[in-house]
Write a protein that binds this ligand. Structure first.
Ligand code: ARG
Length: 719
């Protein structure tokens, strides 16, 4: 067959182009092409209403919530909505066996009943500046191979300088793999209080079975309030503080949605890697993801065994467990979908297209041959690294023990500055308090036994810490037997001061490295970390350093090659906007999924007493009575619990507002669908869906189940 070169080029370049509703756009840099596409899809707002430097706009209602979620201001009195799984840690911390808000839900009927949440904060974005030239000036002083390792320090230093004396926080983000640097200024509010949460049986209905899946019936929301000083400034918790008056408040529409409606999402997506190379995808699929999943699987089982026995342990481990389980399922699904969707092939096509374009441009010579070499050099050690970080250090005791290494080194270093040692000691003490609060010995003991054996079984014999396993065999028995590891783990837990508050405090009062070196937990942890750090971490440093330089170059080329096309940078926990439509999908041949789920589906899934599919009796009564109030969907003749859209989101977008064409809140996005779990690496234009909580279900629960009409009354409801 004769090939037409023009068409060939088009086909080759195709994967690079932004498709359908792909794109996490920096809202302050929306190009005209993207904005007019938004309008074409249905948007009824001006660019100024989306983001404005001079006037209050939607972006002022959006906050970075806690360490990695999004939330939005919905009342003039500082009320914010976010996901239940984003408030989960705060809800669990506010719970006890006697006052089990996690299990029973909680609704503050007055401001006085709200619960302060130590450590929880929200951040408003104040401004953004391009600092690419400044960063490049500093980077120029370093060899190319050192740039990756120096970059973090340079950015931190510049941020600290920019923030000095302003009362704001500054963070500089790297975009397009170091081809652009933007400086973000934030204002952080630290007095955030819990106002309301449904019981976990609503907020996490369906548990890990339904997590990352559609159809879905999870009421994934919680309600908080931001407080400030009387003049609107951030402050630590104080009874004197007053509800914060936000610059912009989202109206809440209960008019409902239909298939095809415009949907727009603002938020803080954490990370994507859409320009990952085929070599990176292969490493993920073959080694990184399966290792992580295997190890997390073992750890989760050990925890669950204790959590189901004791409600106090359930509360203690709930948030930690949920975090590990969430990405255990994600990474498993991600690897499977990357294979199913032939993403390695797609990437290879992109790479071939790039090479065709780069032909004759000396700068890009051998780019992918070098990438290949970089991956080949690292691949033999990749599993070892995962087994260290997700395995051995997946035991909380081992993780805390290993963290003492830098203190140990400083204590043994005659020229270490006393003020540095004091600072390290303070960090160790607070880390120890956190560790003890979260530590559940029975599960951790089983985790340690399990991961020590997995490390032995799965890691190349010549990479293992030899002395450790030889001694283990000599003193505890055959390395193939579970019993050996159980016995050894018991020995470690019985012979460490790290689990004992008084003993550890005594050590910190008079730190003696000889005592630390004899500690069974410390000895075990450093046997593995020292082995890795002395023998293999250099390969990892080479790998990440070289990869940084190669990726930087690759993206520089891609930007040049595509200079007339709108391009969006990978997610990096900076504010983005994306847009799409409410839309059903076909997950596989012969199956079509509806764009909504309703209360009827809760009834279908309901299993009284089940760990994941139980639901409050009162909810089931409301469903039976069809007592929907103003929250019913007329055409569904039911309450819509969730809906799906074609928006491009990822972890970090949790809690993000889903807005209609007029910028009114119609839902909270809380998940992605299983069929598109390769989305961090490759956006699939047919299969990718964002799973959103319908705001009407949320208000139905607050009002009818929680009786918290005080919350409803604060909202600007559009009926
Ligand atoms: N997959 C959701 C996300 O990452 C979190 C869902 C939490 N629920 C759960 N059952 N683990 O945003």
């Amino acid at each position: 067959m004769k090939k037409f070169p023009g068409i060939l080029v088009f086909v080759l370049f195709f994967n690079f182009l932004v498709k359908a509703d792909e794109g996490m756009w920096l809202v302050q840099m929306l190009g005209d092409k993207v904005y007019s596409d938004m309008v074409k899809k249905g948007l009824k707002l001006s660019k100024e209403q989306l983001y404005s430097i001079n006037n209050n706009s939607i972006k002022d209602a959006i906050v970075l919530f806690g360490g990695g979620c999004t939330a939005e201001m919905v009342s003039k009195e500082g009320l914010v909505f976010t996901n239940h799984h984003c408030g989960y840690d705060a809800i669990a911390s506010a719970s006890s066996v006697e006052h089990n808000h996690l299990q029973n839900g909680f609704w503050a009927k007055t401001k006085g009943e709200e619960i302060a949440c130590a450590g929880l904060s929200v951040q408003f974005l104040i401004k953004i500046e391009d600092v690419t030239t400044k960063v490049n000036e500093s980077l120029k002083n370093y060899k190319t191979s050192d740039m990756a390792s120096k970059l973090g320090g340079i950015l931190n230093e510049m941020s600290a300088k920019a923030a000095e004396g302003t009362g704001f926080e500054v963070r500089i983000g790297s975009f397009f793999k170091g081809n652009q640097f933007l400086q973000f200024t934030y204002q952080r509010f630290k007095d955030v209080r819990l106002v309301g949460t449904p019981p976990e049986s609503i907020g996490k209905f369906g548990g890990d079975t339904d997590n990352w899946e559609w159809p879905r019936h999870t009421g994934d929301f919680s309600v908080f309030r931001v407080y400030s000083t009387a003049d609107g400034k951030p402050a630590d918790y104080s009874a004197e503080n007053v509800p914060y008056k936000p610059k912009y408040v989202l109206p809440v529409s209960i008019k409902g949605i239909k298939d095809g409606d415009y949907a727009m999402i603002y938020g803080y997506p954490g990370s994507t890697n859409r320009y990952e190379t085929s070599y990176g995808v292969k490493l993920k699929v073959d080694i990184d993801n399966p290792s992580l999943v295997n190890l997390r699987d073992a750890r989760l089982k050990c925890m669950m065994a204790e959590m189901i026995k004791d409600p106090a342990v359930k509360i203690q481990l709930a948030s930690y467990y949920a975090g590990i389980a969430n990405y255990w399922k994600f990474f498993d699904g991600e690897a499977k979908q990357l294979v199913k969707l032939n993403v390695v092939d797609l990437k290879q096509k992109d790479e071939a297209a790039f090479e065709a374009w780069a032909k004759g441009k000396a700068e890009y010579d051998n780019l992918f041959a070098d990438v290949k070499k970089t991956y080949d050099n690292w691949r033999p050690y990749a599993k070892h690294r995962m087994y260290l970080y997700e395995g051995i250090l997946g035991s909380p005791l081992m993780a805390f023990a290993a963290s003492l290494k830098s203190y140990d080194v400083a204590l043994s270093n005659a020229s270490a500055k006393p003020e540095d040692i004091t600072k390290l000691a303070q960090n160790v003490k607070s880390a120890h308090a956190r560790f003890l609060k979260g530590e559940n010995t029975p599960s951790d003991k089983n985790i340690l036994a399990a991961v020590l054996k997995m490390f032995y079984t799965d890691i190349d014999a010549d990479q293992r810490p030899q002395t450790f396993y030889t001694t283990l065999k000599n003193n505890y028995g055959a390395l193939e037997s579970n019993d050996t590891y159980q016995k050894y783990s018991s020995y470690v837990f019985d012979n460490t001061m790290l689990l004992n508050k008084d003993k550890f405090e005594a050590f910190m009062a008079k730190p003696d490295t000889a005592i630390l070196h004899k500690d069974a937990a410390y000895k075990t942890a450093v046997a593995f970390t020292d082995n890795f750090n002395s023998n293999y971490s250099k390969y990892y440093a080479d790998f990440t350093g070289t990869n940084y330089v190669l990726n930087n170059k690759y993206l520089k080329g891609v930007l040049e090659m595509q200079k007339d096309k709108p391009m969006y940078p990978d997610a990096n926990q900076t504010m983005r906007v994306n847009y799409g439509n409410v839309k059903s999908y076909a997950p596989k041949d012969g199956v079509k999924y509806s764009y909504i789920c309703t209360l009827n589906g809760i009834k279908e899934k309901y299993k009284p007493g089940d760990y994941e599919f139980d639901a409050p009796v009162k909810l089931m009564e409301l469903i039976d009575k069809k007592d929907y109030g103003q929250y019913a969907d007329k055409s569904a003749n039911d309450v819509v619990v969730t809906f799906i859209t074609t928006n491009d989101i990822t972890g970090g977008n949790s809690g993000s507002p889903v807005l209609n064409a007029k910028g009114e809140l119609i839902g909270l996005c809380f998940d992605g669908n299983y069929e598109a779990l390769g989305h961090k690496i490759a956006f699939d234009k047919d299969l990718t869906r964002t799973i959103c909580l319908d705001v009407r279900y949320m208000l139905f629960v607050i009002d009818k189940l929680g009786g918290a009409s005080n919350i409803i009354n604060e909202l600007n409801l559009i009926k």
